[in-house]
Design a protein around this ligand. Structure first.
Ligand code: GLN
Length: 494
């Protein structure tokens, strides 16, 4: 699509299909203004979002000021950034200065952070226009967005179904044309799974690839920030802007950043693709299995060789993840006590009553469950049996990947065992919900990069995603394989 003002005038602009590359080209070549593009998105949000509920806050003044700056620069012929005029949304676990930031929790009600997350600052420095903050599961804990204290998000492709979680708002907003790209976070699958459920591209960068300064922590040894977009190339452009060292985040790597957009265009002929047998067992939906097999056929036809690999400790990944993630969460969330951030209980007669009542009223059920679990596995009598053991298993899971990657360049697997499930279907059974993460958490524990690329849909019309996993800091090869899957056209809507 070539974007110009006349298309906006006649309502021909399809915001759901507009790519980042097209939006930027329209702005840079003067065919559409950044202001107009932002206004069109706000109009669409006003029409569509009362049903979908992906935005928790809109940042209209800030967006318009930024769009005007971009337009002025374009008019003056000044050099424009790689995201010039591109409307984006930010998951509400990332801070934006002066803007309500809730992490989907009641306990942060009224919190207006005094600083921008590095990723937000980088997007804006590249010319992006931040439209607002996106709904998510409380403190990013969940797989369906039903744990948000502000109500669930609906899947734009099937309104009675969940968009996935925890970055459900970030995936839904991109799928429904309410921003061109967005930021999410992934601790155990929260970018890849909602991307798969909503039929968009989602990228989990290698642990340490992208700064987390300004990210409200869930599980610090696992949390990562990454982009959602409508094409692999767009996601690659976003990653290029986001990646790289940050003096505000000591866990952010100095490893060189690749030219991801250019890398994604390279031919895949000769690449070795691993298929882990443990990811294709019982419980995998047959339509998803068939879609992945079609994608693999396509990669073979493009000149890749396909190899069986084994990741023998896979079956321990979910329990290991839920020990480590809850342990870290119980510690990270101790800072929310009614003193420094957000809400404070009215029932706060004594110091300990204030702590207790603020946390009791402010946290939702899933967050409390995880604080309890995490505190338990860290307690003196159980530390060795659970937490230490989980760290040992984590090392084995990581070794599985390192050994597999000695033989192959990328790994291809399902993202989820099923397509998007119905709202309310799993809310009564936390274990059932945790099993959603069966194909995503091992890569999280190992720190490798991964992504979800649309690769078809079920007979009922629900999107299917394929997961591509890459070596530590080898986003380039992963994106290449992702782009090759995308090129097969399997993800196109009928
Ligand atoms: N679904 C997983 C969980 O509930 C992953 C969440 C995430 O990646 N933030 O912990």
């Amino acid at each position: 699509m070539r974007l110009d003002e006349s298309m906006v005038e006649t309502g021909k602009m399809s915001l759901e299909n507009l790519t980042l590359a097209e939006a930027r080209a329209g702005v840079v070549e003067g065919r559409v203004s950044a202001v107009r593009l932002a206004e069109e998105h706000y109009e669409r949000i006003a029409v569509v979002d009362p049903e979908i509920h992906s935005y928790l806050a809109l940042t209209r003044d800030r967006a318009m000021a930024q769009a005007e700056r971009v337009d002025a620069a374009a008019k003056a012929g000044d050099p424009l950034g790689p995201l010039a005029g591109v409307p984006v949304g930010i998951k509400d676990v990332l801070t934006v200065r002066g803007v309500a930031t809730t992490a989907g929790s009641k306990i942060l009600e009224g919190y207006h952070p005094p600083y921008d997350a590095t990723v937000v600052a980088r997007l804006e420095a590249a010319g992006a226009v931040v439209l607002g903050k996106l709904n998510c599961d409380e403190f990013a804990m969940g797989s369906s967005n039903e744990n948000s204290a502000y109500g669930p998000v609906k899947n734009p492709r099937a309104l009675e179904r969940v968009p996935g979680g925890s970055s459900g708002g970030s995936a839904a907003a991109v799928a429904a044309g309410m921003c061109v790209a967005s930021l999410g976070t992934d601790t155990g699958g929260s970018i890849r799974q909602p991307a798969a459920f909503c039929g968009v591209v989602g990228v989990l960068p290698t642990y340490g690839r992208v700064s987390r300064y300004g990210l409200i922590a869930f599980a610090s040894s696992l949390d990562r920030v990454g982009p959602f977009a409508r094409s692999v190339e767009d996601a690659a452009v976003m990653l290029e802007v986001l990646a790289g060292p940050d003096e505000m985040d000591a866990t952010c790597s100095h490893e060189a950043v690749g030219g991801y957009a250019a890398e994604a265009k390279k031919d895949v002929a000769g690449l070795r693709i691993g298929v882990p047998e443990e990811y294709f067992g019982e419980g995998l939906d047959p339509e998803i299995r068939a879609a992945i097999e079609r994608a693999l056929d396509g990669l073979r036809a493009a000149g890749c060789s396909i190899h069986k690999v084994s990741l023998p400790h896979t079956r321990y990944a979910v329990p290991t993840y839920y020990v480590i993630a809850t342990a870290e969460a119980s510690s990270n969330l101790s800072r929310f006590d009614g003193v420094r951030f957000g809400m404070r209980s009215n029932d706060a007669g004594t110091l300990s009553a204030m702590f207790r009542n603020t946390r009791d009223e402010g946290f939702g059920a899933e967050v409390k469950r995880r604080i309890l679990l995490g505190t338990y596995v860290l307690s003196a009598g159980y530390y060795d049996a659970y937490y230490r053991k989980a760290q040992q298993v984590r090392a084995l899971l990581t070794r599985d990947f390192v050994e597999a990657f000695a033989k192959v360049d990328a790994i291809v697997a399902p993202v989820t065992p099923t397509p998007a499930f119905k709202l309310g279907e799993k809310t009564d059974d936390p274990l059932q919900m945790y099993l959603e993460d069966i194909y995503s958490v091992a890569a999280s524990l190992a720190g490798i990069c991964g992504m979800s690329v649309p690769c078809g849909e079920t007979k009922a019309g629900l999107p299917i995603g394929v997961q591509v996993l890459g070596k530590h800091f080898d986003e380039a090869t992963m994106l290449r394989v992702g782009a090759a899957v995308e090129k097969q056209g399997l993800g196109n809507r009928a």
